[in-house]
Write a protein that binds this ligand. Structure first.
Ligand code: ACM
Ligand code: ZN
Length: 370
């Protein structure tokens, strides 16, 4: 995964990223194209998504804490035209890489709300988010216009991306705006949703949104991927789950007969630093050896269920990664460990041998200017 919302990466930078994936036989590129801090994909039917939604006013400097109000005062923006997207999809395809696009919904949508405030519960006004973390402002689930909007967006996404799988997010969607919204509450009553066990009626409303969008993708011959929050309030019928908050979500999804991709944050999130010299405010340490130690055949998964594990993923979130050189420093050699784990039977993996080869490969990469 490459997050191009928090910081934008140019077409040439994305192509270089794809080159390196190809070099390691990594065959999927999960492209996180939209988030609270920037909408990066041109949608012809809704031009304000990029006219307004692609540029934030400024960016938080330093630690992401509520008390930190230190902003850089510099607008940050960028987006890909549909021609550029087609060019990148073709570039990846020539290198046997399928791009799985992500339109994160119904949370992580503040950039879209800034462009089209009528899609939110209060009608706004909204601005693009200039700090990190999770926004309470999400799409209104009780407004039919929102579903029409999402279908329009997915229509153009499906036209651009031949991938069988489309990722529609589903993570980190606070329910406070739905709790206070008459339209969302009317929808809850209309659907007969109730608080049940650990889940509130609003959790079931999120399941309604995800299932409805899954059906739209299925009706168009595509499959849905969502982050592991989609387990809350019941899984959309055929969803593939991307397990990021550890591996529990993946285990639960497999037990329910669903397919899973593992990217547990403690092993696979590359916004963490590899050594203390690479310190950035996220301040979590994830050394190469730990990445290499991850076994996607997670304890508790039986041989007969192993086919539900589609693979593993390294995820590069870019809140603190604004320069392509730093992105590369974060990726390598950890991405090599993801590739080797994905393609090598566990009994053939060897840390000392990998460490030797990863070091050699890092020298080669440096020679090549990576
Ligand atoms: C995620 O890291 N919110 C998927
Ligand atoms: Zn609402």
């Amino acid at each position: 995964l490459l997050d191009v919302s928090r910081h934008f990466f140019t077409v040439e930078e994305v192509k270089k990223y794809i080159d390196i994936l190809a070099m390691h036989k990594i065959n999927r590129f999960h492209w996180h194209l939209t988030d609270d801090q920037g909408w990066r994909i041109e949608i012809r039917k809704h031009p304000r998504l990029t006219e307004v939604g692609s540029v934030r006013k400024q960016t938080l400097v330093g630690k992401h804490e509520a008390s930190n109000n230190n902003f850089d005062g510099i607008p940050h923006g960028g987006y890909y035209t549909q021609d550029e997207i087609r060019e990148i999809v073709a570039y990846a395809s020539e290198r046997f890489i399928t791009i799985v696009p992500e339109i994160d919904l119904p949370g992580h949508m503040q950039a879209a709300l800034a462009a089209y405030p009528e899609l939110g519960c209060t009608g706004g006004p909204y601005e693009l988010r200039c700090r990190w973390g999770i926004s309470d402002e999400v799409l209104c689930a009780g407004n039919d216009m929102v579903y029409e909007f999402l279908e329009d967006v997915l229509d153009e996404v499906m036209e651009l991306f031949p991938s069988e799988y489309i990722h529609i997010g589903g993570d980190e969607c606070p329910k406070v705006s739905w709790e206070a919204c008459p339209k969302c509450q009317a929808k809850i009553r209309q659907l007969g949703l109730k608080d049940e066990g650990k889940n509130s009626a609003e959790h079931y409303l999120q399941n309604y949104v995800m299932s409805r969008m899954e059906k739209y993708l299925n009706d168009n011959g595509r499959k849905m991927i969502g982050w592991d929050e989609i387990l809350e309030g019941g899984l959309a019928p055929d969803a593939t789950v991307m397990s990021w908050r550890g591996t529990e979500g993946g285990l639960k999804a497999i037990a329910e007969g669903h397919d899973v991709i593992f990217t547990p944050n403690h092993f696979c999130y590359f916004d963490t630093h590899q050594d203390p010299a690479q310190y950035r405010p996220i301040n979590r340490h994830l050394p190469l050896e730990k990445v290499y130690s991850f076994d996607p055949m997670v304890e508790g998964i039986s041989e007969e269920n192993a086919h539900h594990i589609l693979g593993l993923q390294g995820s590069l979130w870019t809140e603190w990664i604004m320069e392509p050189e730093y992105a590369e420093l974060m990726l390598y050699p950890r991405a090599f460990a993801i590739a080797e784990t994905g393609w090598t039977p566990k009994e053939k993996k060897s840390w000392p041998d990998f460490e030797r080869r990863a070091t050699a490969l890092s020298h080669v990469a440096r020679e090549w200017g990576y």
